[in-house]
Ligand binder design. Structure first.
Ligand SMILES: [Cu+2]
Length: 118
C-alpha cells in the first residue's frame, strides 16, 4: 500500500466514521480473481458495498500484448454494481482494471486477473 493510498484511506475513515456514505469496497465479482474461464465471451459483474457513480466509472481489459480496451458499461446494472461484457477472448492471461467513484467522493480502483483456457 503506497503512502498516498494509506493517507486516502485514513481520510476516508475519518470523514465517514462508518456512516452510510462509505468508500466503495468490492464484495464479490465475476470473474473471481485468478479465475480460469473457457468461453470467448465473459459477463463481468463487480458488486460493491455501496452505491457507486457508474457515470464516473470504467472497466478496462488488458490483454497479453498489454493493450487496454475500455469495455462499455451495462447501464441496466444496479446502483451498487458495474457490469460489462468482454468478447472475442483468445486463450491467455488477462487483467480487468476497474475504477469507480463512491458516494464519499473517493476514487476506488482495483484489478482482477483471470485466464482464458480451452
Ligand atoms: Cu472513501
Amino acid at each position: 500500500m503506497g503512502l498516498f493510498r494509506l493517507v486516502s484511506l485514513v481520510a476516508c475513515l475519518a470523514l465517514t466514521g462508518g456512516g452510510a456514505e462509505a468508500h466503495a469496497i468490492v464484495l464479490n465479482s465475476t470473474p473471481r480473481p485468478d479465475a480460469i474461464v473457457s468461453g470467448r465471451e465473459l459477463a463481468i459483474e463487480i458488486r460493491f458495498n455501496s452505491r457507486i457513480d457508474a457515470g464516473r466509472s470504467h472497466i478496462k481489459l488488458f490483454g497479453r500484448e498489454g493493450a487496454a480496451v475500455s469495455l462499455p458499461l451495462d447501464e441496466s446494472a444496479s446502483e451498487d454494481m458495474l457490469k460489462a461484457r468482454a468478447t472475442g477472448l483468445a486463450p491467455g492471461s488477462y487483467r480487468l482494471h476497474w475504477q469507480t467513484l463512491s458516494p464519499d467522493g473517493h476514487i476506488s480502483q482495483g484489478d482482477i486477473p483471470f485466464r482464458v483456457d480451452r
